[in-house]
Ligand binder design. Structure first.
Ligand SMILES: Nc1ncnc2c1ncn2[C@@H]1O[C@H](COP(=O)(O)OP(=O)(O)OP(=O)(O)O)[C@@H](O)[C@H]1O
Length: 303
């Protein structure tokens, strides 16, 4: 069964004066994913996010959240959204918990239990009764996320959440975003200009450049079937001869690169050796998202 997208960005453009910030952007975001929005600085990520959460008007097109239009049914559309776009408001001299209680007053029907559940989702239960001024940046951000998910939004939107975090903080963020997507069923939409982070964090990544969508990639986190085909490099002494013998693949430097599964790789190795070609090494070539991104954007700077 194909699940309805949580967000449908439909032909959205944003113009300010004569400048086109976003150019006819169309994107469906499926439920339950950590969905990345990747692009260099100034490519239009924040502008798109601001339109998604109703902080900026849309020049053309529409954004539907759980089927409700941000243009014509704003209240309902944003009721499905939790977001940290600007720095969340916090009282530093109150505890995390007191901040949560204060914040919860804005949404009717939030119980003590729900507050603690949200706190646990982001792994802050052990520090929640400490004052916010003692928190690291990562902890403040978690408290912000706990606030943003209190009303159980279908969609959580985070603009560049890894900015300023140390590697440990980034790892924790990654972990609790996964938990949110999995256990709370929240779709997480997260922007970044850093490919390496997106690769580790997201199920799917949409790539934007100069206000235009240039690609959408699903990432399988290395759990491709064991018998799946992978680009495999055979480092040999006579690559041209190897290519002729095998009749497939391409040459890169002194390697023959062929897409094969494990057993075919072994067979090719045997064939090469029997034909008197020396094989110095066999390795799986994984093209990182970064390579692919550089290819797509023609080697443009990516932060
Ligand atoms: N209010 C505005 N008026 C005119 N131009 C703007 C306005 N806001 C943003 N821009 C321009 O629109 C483009 C996209 O900006 P945006 O902030 O959305 O990019 P971004 O991908 O989020 O980048 P960053 O990672 O640097 O925040 C930039 O060239 C920016 O200078």
């Amino acid at each position: 069964m194909v699940q309805e997208p949580v967000v449908r960005i439909q032909g959205v453009s944003k113009k300010i004066g004569s400048k086109t910030l976003i150019d006819n952007l169309t994107l469906d975001i499926p439920p339950g994913q950590v969905y990345g929005f990747l692009g260099p600085n100034g490519s239009g990520k924040t502008t798109t996010i601001r339109m998604m959460v109703g902080l900026m008007s849309i020049t053309q097109g529409d954004i539907l959240i759980q089927g409700s239009s941000i243009k014509s049914d704003f209240e309902r559309a944003v009721s499905h959204v939790g977001a940290i776009v600007e720095n969340p408001e916090m009282y530093k001299f109150l505890t995390g918990y007191q901040n949560m209680v204060h914040y919860a007053r804005m949404s009717p029907g939030i119980t003590r239990e729900r507050i603690m559940e949200a706190v646990e989702r982001v792994g802050m239960q052990h520090r929640i009764h400490d004052k916010v001024k003692t928190y690291s940046l990562g902890m403040r951000q978690r408290l912000g996320v706990a606030q943003a998910i209190l009303h159980r939004p279908k969609l959580l939107v985070l603009d560049e959440p890894t900015n300023g975090l140390d590697p440990q903080g980034i790892r924790e963020l990654r972990d609790y975003l996964r938990i949110l997507a999995k256990e709370e069923g929240t779709t997480v939409f997260v922007s970044s200009h850093l490919l390496s982070e997106m690769e580790l964090m997201c199920d799917t990544v949409a790539v934007i450049q100069q206000g235009r969508l240039i690609d959408v990639k699903e990432l399988n986190h290395g759990d491709a079937p064991a018998d799946g085909q992978r680009e495999t490099a055979f480092d040999v002494d006579h690559p041209a001869q190897a290519l002729e013998l095998i009749g497939a693949g391409r040459i890169e430097g002194s390697s023959l690169i062929v897409a094969v599964d494990r057993s075919a790789a072994a067979a090719i190795n045997a064939k090469l050796v029997m034909a008197g070609i020396s094989v110095y090494g066999i390795r799986v070539v994984t093209r990182s998202l970064e390579d692919q991104f550089l290819e797509m954007t023609g080697g443009g700077h990516i932060g």
